[in-house]
Design a protein around this ligand. Structure first.
Ligand code: FAD
Length: 490
């Protein structure tokens, strides 16, 4: 006989496990299917303020302290020594064949107050922690169990898995890019502005960049670049360096390294291995070559095609796509986990409140929010990649990214402080669009700057100069004390 559950979840990644924890804690009969076995490798390691803040909010609103274990204030004592610190985002702009120019470098420090700097999640540990939490709150988790087929009827969802057949009232596909529901209903949408592919691994013996390049003092940075997420940026791509071994208490020697390339400019070279392609590519930039001279990969390299995708539909009758199953843009500003947790928060609320109504209509707000976030993410990242082609444009465009991130964080913090129940929190976060905190002033400024960045011919120096001067003027007009006070008040 088939077992009947309230909610079935495909995938016990961080999104599926987090949702399972909330639903199980609040009395739902939940089953989770995981094709692999924890601990298992996962990518998505760099945290941001908005991610931590969303975790804090979910911990409070759903009364589950464990959900905040990965937020910044808890990371050292509670999470343990396998994670790295992230005190900043650093960007070093490189040009082919030239030494890195210290005037084309930038460090955005993550404020230490009030919750502490951010962190680099060692995902095999954090994901295992989250799935363990789901189990301890009562979710049934089948590891080593693949879902192979799903039938959705008017009465129920029928699931075929390698552990047998199951029925549920509702199914959440948190199975990542290869989501079987996205495939079954042909939901994938690739009409996005950003184009990047990735080559990544975990390495040992990755030196602090300052040992092979210019010193922290020469850059005038408050922190070593190794104490945060380092972005080496260049025309057509960027390279991430995310160390886990960057604080005294670390017992983890690994460093995550990944190269993002625009495939239209740098198509995959199938005649060589991923590792060969990585090292051949960084030969172009003398300071990158130097930093990676003695490094060694400790797991096989992953090389993908284009990584951007969205979904034409995120919900249907009796189903929803969650996290990576719904869409993804690029790791550039580390927003993936924020997007995932924000979606978990909204979907959990609707599943607990929509008493027995599993129609697509009753989950429309979730779909709209997910697609709004994907669209905003795509525009921000596509324009950033474009600006990497001319440092003058990047120097002003990055201000929009920073402003959008801080205002989003401020708004999230305010929402948590002024709401004391899930319904109000849910209503408030419907005003967000990933960046800018839903503030009208930000939306207007972003529209002007993004339109200019999209329009400008990046190969025409005079046109870029003109766009830069207009963007600088917009920023000066918009980011005045008057606007800061208006935003703080609202
Ligand atoms: C290259 C790259 C870099 C990134 N870097 C960052 C970053 O720095 N910061 C950040 O915030 N985010 C980043 N992200 C995004 C981040 O990885 C995602 O937000 C997050 O991992 C999504 O988690 P998830 O639970 O949705 O999916 P996943 O972690 O992919 O989990 C899906 C799970 O489903 C299981 N599964 C799949 N199909 C089935 C099936 N049929 N049956 C049973 N189980 C199944 C899989 O085994 C897997 O365990 C990055 C993403 C990429 C691609």
């Amino acid at each position: 006989m088939k077992k009947k559950y309230d909610i079935a979840i495909i995938g016990s990644g961080i999104a599926g496990s987090c949702l399972a924890t909330i639903l199980a804690k609040h009395g739902k009969k939940v089953i989770v299917f995981e094709a692999k076995n924890h601990p298992r490798f996962a990518i998505g390691e760099s945290m941001i303020l908005e991610t931590s803040e969303t975790l804090r909010a979910m911990a409070e609103l759903y009364n589950i302290p464990e959900l905040a274990y990965h937020s910044s204030e808890n990371y050292m004592p509670l999470i343990g020594s396998s994670h790295g610190v992230k005190r900043h985002f650093s960007f070093l702009h490189h040009e082919e064949g030239k030494k890195q120019d210290k005037d084309k470098a930038f460090q955005a420090v993550i404020p230490n107050q009030p919750h502490g700097h951010e962190l680099h999640l060692f995902r095999q540990d954090s994901d295992q922690f989250m799935v363990t939490t789901a189990i301890s709150y009562g979710a049934t988790v089948y590891q080593d169990t693949s879902v192979s087929e799903i039938e959705i009827s008017a009465e129920a969802v029928h699931i075929q898995s390698s552990a047998g057949e199951f029925d549920a009232d509702y199914i959440v596909d948190a199975g990542g890019f290869k989501s079987i529901l996205a495939e079954k209903y042909q939901l994938r949408d690739f009409d996005l502005k950003t184009h990047s592919r990735t080559i990544f691994t975990h390495m040992v013996d990755v030196p602090d960049y300052h040992q092979t390049g210019l010193s922290k003092e020469e850059y005038g940075f408050p922190f070593s670049v190794a104490e945060g997420t380092l972005h080496h940026i260049f025309e057509g791509g960027w390279l991430w360096v995310i160390p886990f071994n960057n604080h005294d208490k670390s017992t983890n020697p690994l460093c995550s390294v990944g190269l993002q390339l625009d495939p239209r400019m740098y198509p995959e070279d199938k005649s060589i291995s991923a590792q060969e392609e990585f090292f051949a590519f960084i030969e172009r930039f003398p300071d990158l070559k130097k930093q990676f001279e003695n490094t060694k990969a400790v797991r096989s390299w992953t090389r993908t095609g284009r990584i951007q995708y969205s979904s034409k539909q995120v919900v249907g009758d009796r189903f929803a796509l969650l996290g990576h199953a719904a869409g993804f843009i690029d790791p550039l500003f580390s927003k993936g986990l924020y997007v995932s947790f924000n979606s978990v928060s909204t979907l959990a609320h609707l599943l607990l409140e929509n008493q027995g109504d599993f129609s697509a209509e009753s989950f429309q707000s979730y779909e709209q929010q997910t697609l709004r976030f994907v669209k905003a993410h795509d525009r921000l990242v596509a324009n950033s990649y474009k600006s990497f082609m001319n440092h003058k444009l990047w120097a002003v465009y990055k201000v929009l990214w920073l402003l959008g991130a801080y205002t989003e964080y401020v708004k999230l913090t305010c929402i948590r402080k002024v709401t004391d129940n899930r319904n109000d929190y849910y209503n408030e976060i419907q005003t967000l669009s990933l960046t800018g905190g839903g503030f009208e002033e930000y939306a207007k400024l972003a529209e002007k700057i993004d339109s200019l960045a999209e329009k400008v011919d990046i190969h025409d120096d005079a046109a870029v100069e003109q766009a830069v001067s207009e963007i600088t003027q917009f920023q000066a007009d918009s980011i005045s004390p008057k606007h800061v006070i208006a935003c703080s008040a609202s």
